[in-house]
Write a protein that binds this ligand. Structure first.
Ligand code: ADP
Ligand code: MG
Length: 683
């Protein structure tokens, strides 16, 4: 027979372990940096008279009275007094032993949250021990925990790890002195067991030097890891693409001259493509700033060098538009272009795949299908991701790894384009291995879009505005409300909106485009709108990114309060793309939530994508902003990009010094802080 006692011993241990793992606590170093969210002060007893409502405190006194009451309900009631005042105690559930513990005349130490009821100060379900015992010397840490894992258990596990773990400093004394950092071991000890004289506010608001050290360490690890990724990239090999004639020919053919900003970024990219290690560049430029032509020029340079180029867009509509535009620009120059999305038929796909594999197709434009299907290129040397923020982290990784098989593999150059600018601190912390180019100027002749906030009770006015606009020979988008809960409902809403508008505007040609349309139908609706055969296009967010139809000068967004800031900015970016004065009507339904009001105000106040991104980051935080929340990866646990921008800068320069002067310590530091996270940062 198996001994029941060993089983009883084992079972709780493994259950606890599972819970610890759920908190991310596996080895000692994990426990070391599992830091308290707050503290309780059990180091002192305070006079009862000093107690304030809401405070958690500890007092000592004598029980002057206790009884079991039956009204308003059964409870144990006791009154405790010290020299200053009296405190009422109540237990709604209690054991006889507790009643005995509270016998009149006993001296007790009582700890709990203070409430002020009509009978004066009281505590409900306080913790009671005998008076006069030793008081702890440090504040009691309260840790983030998970269901069923008690603070005391967690505390014991952490204290044990603290006793066994290596807390030696990974930073050399020079770095600590230069950046005024306290030793790691000291910071860790203070944060787990702060001495009672530490300012509680400093601890809670993360202003204490111990917190500063931890945040510095975290940011430093991130910078070191990004620098390592960069160094690794510089060691990779890529074809150097020097061909320039085709790009020059394309430039001569364009109906416009490049802006100074476009010229600058084109030169930066040209330089990168000339190198024999892969480019990793982010091209940022506000909606309508003209990124497509920059991509086309880069593609031309690669193609002239005998390479193949892939351009990926997040939606079929956008991929189709790119295909049309680039075909018009490049086919006359003799370039072979193909297109690949999820919805082309098997025969066409086989043809495209064959053209890619043989090298005949010089430029392939498509959606995610480009990486989802098994496709091989003869000589892929440049990958362009348009609207890169719309691709998941995983997808970006997959693409950059395409064809990577051995140490001598040629890696394609990569150009990421985005109209959602990444604020500086964020770029420095998460994209430091991307070189950034910025188009900070719009093509000449554009006037900023006028934005109007209109309550949906004024729908009639908005309709007549649409009619006026169409009479002037222009076109309008009508964006349907977002229905996040259900795609079917979203579709229904689009169909309903289309029916309603068609009826209300009988003299206008009203079209409809949404994500469920067959791709051929989608393409033909977009073509009709582009060619002016549709006056008003009712659309879901399928038109959110990239769509470029300059004659559309009015956009109405229904239930604008349901959209996110970045999304509204992208949608609004569909108009104001020609020289016409454009108007964006944000229709909303009152009452507005606080956040929605802030968002709409931001849209009203500015058309600057950088400013909008800054406010968006402020409202949503980096995880949501970067769209990596779902990936389950924690970005920063301790540092905050909003408040610790200065530490980010310091960590960046410290990372440079560590890498050149203290490489061994840099390694040790990474090992302590970055287990399992490096791969993500590399994307
Ligand atoms: P985005 O940066 O949003 O992708 P696009 O590349 O779609 O912008 O360009 C927006 C519009 O501006 C397009 O119609 C494009 O042809 C036009 N365009 C681009 N560069 C210039 C320029 N230098 N002068 C005039 N028009 C331009
Ligand atoms: Mg674009």
């Amino acid at each position: 027979m198996r001994s029941p006692s060993t089983r009883a011993d084992e079972k709780p241990a493994s259950a606890i372990e599972r819970k610890l793992v759920r908190l991310g606590l596996k080895d000692r170093q994990d426990f070391v940096v599992h830091l308290p969210i707050r503290y309780e002060d059990e180091t002192r007893v305070v006079p009862i008279a000093s107690l304030r409502a809401g405070q958690t405190a500890q007092v000592e006194g004598q029980v002057v009275h206790s009884e079991v009451q039956f009204r308003p309900r059964r409870q144990l009631f006791a009154l405790v007094a010290d020299e200053t005042s009296e405190l009422a105690l109540r237990w709604l559930n209690f054991y006889p032993s507790q009643h005995k513990q509270m016998a009149a005349g006993k001296r007790v130490r009582v700890r709990g949250e203070v409430r002020v009821g009509f009978s004066g100060r009281e505590m409900v379900h306080p913790k009671v021990t005998a008076a006069g015992g030793d008081l702890p010397k440090a504040l009691t840490p309260i840790y983030p925990t998970t269901d069923g894992l008690m603070q005391s258990t967690l505390r014991r596990a952490i204290d044990q790890a603290l006793g066994e773990a290596d807390l030696s400093d990974t930073l050399p004394p020079e770095i600590c002195a230069q950046y005024e950092l306290i030793p790691f071991a000291q910071a860790i000890r203070v944060l787990h067991h702060p001495p009672p004289d530490v300012s509680y506010a400093d601890l809670m608001e993360h202003g204490h030097p111990a917190w500063r050290r931890i945040k510095f360490d975290e940011l430093l690890a991130q910078q070191l890891s990004l620098a390592a990724a960069r160094a690794a990239r510089l060691k990779q090999r890529a074809h150097s693409l020097a061909g320039g004639d085709l790009a020059a020919a394309l430039l001569r053919q364009l109906p416009f001259a490049l802006t100074a900003a476009q010229e600058r970024v084109v030169a930066e990219i040209r330089h990168d493509l000339n190198q024999s290690f892969p480019m990793h560049r982010l091209l940022q430029g506000d909606v309508g700033s003209g990124k497509t032509v920059v991509a086309a020029l880069a593609a031309a340079q690669a193609i002239a060098s005998g390479s193949q180029v892939a351009i990926m867009a997040p939606t079929e509509i956008l991929a189709e538009q790119h295909f049309q535009k680039l075909a018009a620009w490049l086919e006359p120059l003799g370039v072979e272009i193909r297109w690949l999305t999820g919805s082309i038929n098997a025969k066409a796909r086989r043809e495209v795949a064959e053209a890619m594999a043989s090298g005949r197709a010089q430029l392939v434009i498509g959606t995610q299908a480009l990486i989802q299907h098994k496709v091989t290129f003869a000589r892929l040397d440049l990958v362009v991701l348009d609207e890169q923020h719309r691709f998941g982290v995983g997808q970006r990784l997959q693409l950059s790894r395409k064809g990577e098989t051995g140490p001598d593999t040629m890696i394609p150059h990569q150009l990421n384009m985005s109209a959602t600018p990444i604020p500086r601190t964020l770029a420095m912390t998460f994209f430091a291995d991307l070189d950034v180019s910025v188009i900070d100027e719009l093509p000449p002749g554009r006037s900023p879009v006028l934005t109007k906030l209109v309550a949906d009770t004024r729908r009639e006015e908005v309709m007549s505005r649409v009619i006026d606009e169409v009479r002037l020979g222009r076109q309008a988008y009508w964006v349907c409300p977002l229905v996040e809960e259900s795609e079917a409902l979203q579709l229904q809403t689009a169909v309903d909106t289309h029916a309603r508008l068609s009826q209300a505007l009988p003299d206008l040609r009203v079209g409809l485009v949404h994500g469920r349309l067959k791709s051929a139908d989608k393409a033909s609706v977009m073509q009709n709108f582009r060619d002016g055969r549709i006056d008003v296009l009712v659309a879901t967010t399928v038109i959110e990114v990239g769509v470029d139809i300059p004659n559309a000068s009015l956009m109405v967004i229904e239930h604008a309060e349901r959209f996110g800031l970045a999304q509204l900015h992208q949608l609004r970016g569909r108009i104001g793309r020609g020289t016409l004065q454009s108007v964006c009507v944000l229709m909303y339904q009152a009452p507005l939530s606080q956040v929605a009001r802030q968002r709409l105000r931001a849209m009203y106040e500015t058309t600057d994508g950088f400013e909008i991104a800054r406010r968006d980051l402020e409202q949503r935080g980096p995880g949501e902003f970067l769209g990596v929340r779902q990936s389950g990866l924690e970005l920063l646990r301790f540092a905050s990009l909003q408040t610790d921008a200065r530490i980010v800068l310091q960590a960046q320069s410290a990372a440079r010094e560590m890498r050149t002067d203290f490489p061994a310590q840099a390694q040790a530091h990474l090992a302590r802080w970055m287990r399992g996270k490096q791969d993500f940062l590399r994307s």
